[in-house]
Write a protein that binds this ligand. Structure first.
Ligand SMILES: [Cu+2]
Length: 617
């Protein structure tokens, strides 16, 4: 019996060890065995901005003026190791909200009355139902997401896990993690980025500036150079929110996210490369190549170029057209002409611009008001994102490209024949993004995927490597939700919205999609639908899909997706009743047998004695 128990214990220990495999490392471990190696330090930074001094969480150091972390570069086929050290110590703020704070806020809901279906409130904070998993929390716990890369799944511990129960990678202050990736040989070259992704703290950390650029080398840079296009600039759009150091109060924006998210509108400056309306310079006739990342946490954006002073006119009337040559890290074979694009958080666009007259131009963010939050005007503000100064080129310098932009061709990130065909679609599923407005629940409002908030113990979607699937993304709300799926890209096949483009003129541009372009993030329009086809490639394991308005994701608008087969995992919780029952059974049987055998021994001893005495007689 003892031997059996010992074997069973050993088996359980082995299983536990297999389950507990992790990529957490001792912080003295350099984690530098890749072809390229990076060390990111999540740390606190005090920085001057907008006439104030702010405190935020960043990966950056003082030498990086754009407030972002170091730019990473890697070639297809290379291994990339990233050590992430969490050095977020101290009272950084703001504090995660409590159910009592939500209750207090809901006593005077103000503008939140505009929620179309709101439910009864409760008479005391103790009656609030609290969805702990979806309350903003653990603001100093972090991890790393390589946005848009088709590499191993890396949301759950360890990287590449097939354990359906694997926990989110959650690196606490003082802890270090070693991420090891191999970039596939066929990976499209282009602009990607990285940011933290711990459920509950993503928005707060990214409002503080925890993000950075990641380029995968590809033929685009060389091809542009061959066309004489050499004026390349990064263009990162960011809507920051920090704690102001001089004041004890929280930053207004962060407070409103934490307690409501609905009036997050009052002072939302958009920064470009961490600066307020910076100026870009280009010569007449020269091509300006902007590598645009919309790194907004909670806002949509437009990209429209006007001659200065004409920005109040309609873009179809006054805007300077531009060309898109790549989207979400995937180069297009031919430039596509546009005079407006609408961007949501996570999207990237490679843009070529050319001016035939000198002068001052502006890049404008406008026309989104009213589409963000239930028809509330003022969010986000119309704003000038940056200026562009166009001057005559010096006489002896030839800056014009070797051919008109319209005639340029590029090596596409995906070949045309890789496009998903209808026969490849192995299934179709609906994913509904919606919000709840139950006044007796914290957090408020509630954010749902298919009617339910994120449940860390649930796997909601399954897919197999090699197959393609259709997802019909539905937005039940009067505000936009950008959809993002990890690891694999998709093509946008159809879009529609129940709103009127007369009332919301940018809507036409939102719906203007290119069905052959591969994306990793795209808008699900207000009261609308986006139909996508996803191709699942070689990477398998546990990962997520979610809304890329990160405050929505943090408070519930995320789901778990499992690609491929799940590992067999011994889960104590599944077997606990059986184990407890068996143990009780064993104890009862042991006691019973012990008692019974003792009785019969006593009896036989007595009868033996009696027998002996009889024999003597
Ligand atoms: Cu959303």
């Amino acid at each position: 019996m003892q031997r059996y128990l010992a074997v069973a214990c050993q088996f359980l220990i082995l299983l536990q060890a297999a389950v507990a495999k992790t990529d957490f490392i001792d912080c003295n471990n350099p984690c530098n065995g890749g072809d390229v190696n990076y060390h990111l330090k999540a740390s606190v930074r005090i920085m001057p901005m907008l006439n104030y001094t702010y405190m935020g969480r960043t990966y950056s150091n003082e030498s990086l003026p754009n407030h972002m972390g170091p730019t990473m570069r890697v070639k297809p086929g290379q291994t990339m190791w990233i050590k992430l050290s969490n050095e977020l110590y101290g009272n950084i703020g703001p504090k995660p909200p409590t159910a009592v704070e939500y209750w207090n806020m809901l006593q005077d809901p103000g503008e939140k009355i505009k929620y179309q279906r709101y439910k009864r409130r409760v008479s005391s904070p103790s009656e609030m139902k609290v969805d702990t998993a979806n309350m903003p929390h653990d603001f100093d716990t972090t991890n790393l997401h390589l946005h848009g890369l088709d590499v191993d799944v890396h949301m759950f511990d360890p990287v590449g896990t097939h354990n359906p129960d694997a926990p989110h990678i959650a690196i606490k202050p003082g802890q270090c993690y070693c991420y090891k990736f191999t970039v596939p040989k066929h990976h499209p070259g282009g602009m990607y980025w990285y940011h933290p992704h711990v459920h509950g703290s993503t928005a707060v950390q990214m409002w503080g500036g925890m993000m950075g650029l990641l380029y995968i080398d590809g033929p685009l840079e060389e091809e542009l150079k061959n066309y004489g296009v050499t004026n390349t600039q990064e263009y990162v759009i960011w809507d920051p929110a920090f704690k102001q150091v001089e004041k004890e109060t929280h930053n207004l924006e962060v407070d409103e996210f934490l307690l409501g998210q609905t009036t997050l509108s009052k002072i939302h400056p958009f920064l470009i490369n961490g600066q307020i309306t910076p100026d870009f310079q280009v010569y007449v006739g020269q091509v300006l190549h902007l590598r645009v990342l919309c790194a907004t946490i909670e806002n949509e954006n437009t990209f429209i170029v006007y001659p200065e002073g004409e920005e109040t006119k309609h873009w179809n009337e006054a805007a300077i057209p531009f060309w898109i040559i790549g989207s979400d890290g995937v180069t297009r074979s031919k430039p596509k002409k546009k005079n407006i694009i609408v961007l949501s958080g996570g999207q990237r666009e490679e843009i070529l611009l050319q001016f035939d007259k000198p002068g001052k131009y502006v890049v404008s963010q406008q026309g989104i008001q009213g589409m963000q939050f239930f028809d509330m005007r003022g969010h986000p503000h119309d704003a000038i994102l940056s200026t562009i100064t166009v001057t005559e080129a010096p006489k002896d310098v030839d800056v014009t490209p070797t051919m008109p932009i319209a005639n340029m061709t590029f090596t596409p990130g995906y070949a045309e024949e890789e496009s998903i065909s209808p026969e490849e679609i192995m299934g179709s599923e609906t994913i509904v993004f919606s919000m709840g407005s139950e006044f007796d629940k914290a957090p408020f409002p509630q954010y749902f995927v298919n009617g339910k908030p994120f449940d860390p113990n649930q796997i909601n979607f399954h897919a197999k490597p090699g197959e393609a699937r259709e997802y019909i993304l539905i937005n039940a709300n009067h505000n936009a939700h950008p959809f993002h799926i990890h690891v694999n890209r998709f093509q946008v096949k159809k879009m529609s919205s129940g709103l009127s483009s007369e009332k919301y003129p940018v809507l036409e541009s939102v719906l203007d999609h290119d069905p052959d372009v591969w994306r990793d993030t795209f808008m699900v329009p207000p009261n609308g639908k986006t139909e996508i086809w996803v191709k699942f490639k070689e990477y398998t394991g546990k990962t997520v899909l979610h809304c890329h308005f990160l405050a929505h994701e943090d408070t519930g608008m995320m789901s778990t997706l499992f690609i491929g087969e799940e590992d067999f995992v011994f889960r104590l919780k599944d077997h606990i009743q059986w184990i407890v029952g068996s143990v009780i059974g064993l104890i009862v049987s042991f006691l019973f047998f012990h008692f019974f055998t003792k009785q019969s021994r006593d009896y036989s001893a007595v009868s033996m004695n009696e027998l002996k005495s009889k024999a003597r007689d």
